[in-house]
Design a protein around this ligand. Structure first.
Ligand code: HEC
Length: 242
């Protein structure tokens, strides 16, 4: 009886504390305020276990043939670079602003192909990582896994050549987004991956247009719509064409 009484009291106290934590708004929802270490550890543990349990038993096909790497690189360049970066690239607005932060995939090897496949297909809740399985079939996801295995250690030049040799954004459906991923020459538009030597079109250093100037207060829909005139003060941000 005493045991049940204590348990009931404990549950009651925990419930009240939990409700107070949520009810008083003590949980900071902002992406610019990190979780406390115990909360982060708990969420990380839950995520890692959740992925590991579901990735177990996924059958990994042969990975690494040149055509597969090419397709993977083309799709990576159009869909993933803004968050996960490319060889030789420093942070982007998305990679720096997201919390949890997207891993720097050119620098970090993926832990296992099964794990990467599952994450790419299903995404990760309450993070910026989308579920690409909604638009990409499994073979295209494996292409990307093969590419992710090969990317760490790749030079920016090798990466650029691989993307240029690919068909760009192509995975048999879902990729017909409002923007065109290729330029007139049929080359993949690297979405921010560019080294800066072809920066003529975007010109980050000069503020002659000023339509989308991050220093200015107004960033309304009108400014957002004029993405071609995207300028800001960060000299490290890679140039990009939308
Ligand atoms: C809008 C930003 C965004 C885009 C675009 C994006 N990701 Fe992610 N991705 C994330 C974030 C954020 C995480 C980490 C989530 C976490 O830690 O909970 C992540 C995690 C991952 C991981 C897990 C890495 C690990 O070590 O567990 C892989 C693999 C991955 N992404 C691959 C991709 C691929 C491939 C693409 C393109 C098809 C892509 N992502 C596009 C934001 C993004």
């Amino acid at each position: 009886m005493n045991f049940f009484k204590s348990a009931a009291v404990l549950i009651g106290v925990t419930g009240v504390a939990g409700a107070a934590t949520l009810g008083f708004g003590w949980v900071h929802p902002g992406a610019d305020e990190p979780h406390s270490a115990p909360v982060y550890a708990l969420l990380e543990f839950a995520r890692e276990r959740g992925i590991a349990v579901r990735a177990e038993g996924i059958e990994v096909p042969a990975l690494g043939d040149p055509e597969q790497l090419k397709r993977g690189a083309g799709n990576y360049a159009s869909m993933c670079v803004a968050c996960h970066l490319a060889p030789g690239m420093s942070g982007t607005e998305l990679s720096q602003g997201l919390y949890p932060a997207p891993p720097n995939l050119p620098a970090e090897a993926i832990r296992s192909p099964e794990n990467a496949f599952w994450v790419i297909k299903h995404g990760i809740k309450a993070s910026g990582m989308p579920a690409w399985g909604k638009s990409m079939d499994d073979p295209y996801i494996w292409d990307m896994v093969a590419f992710l295995q090969a990317m760490p250690g790749m030079t920016p030049e090798a990466y650029r050549d691989l993307v240029a040799s690919s068909d760009g954004h192509s995975h048999g459906g879902g990729e017909s987004m409002p923007h065109d991923h290729r330029d007139a020459a049929g080359e993949a538009d690297h979405h921010g991956e560019s080294s800066g030597d072809d920066a003529g079109a975007h010109d980050h250093g000069s503020h002659d247009h000023g339509a989308h100037d991050h220093g200015a207060a107004a960033e309304g829909p009108a400014a957002a719509a004029k993405t071609d005139d995207h300028h800001h003060d960060d000299p490290n941000a890679p140039p990009h064409a939308h």
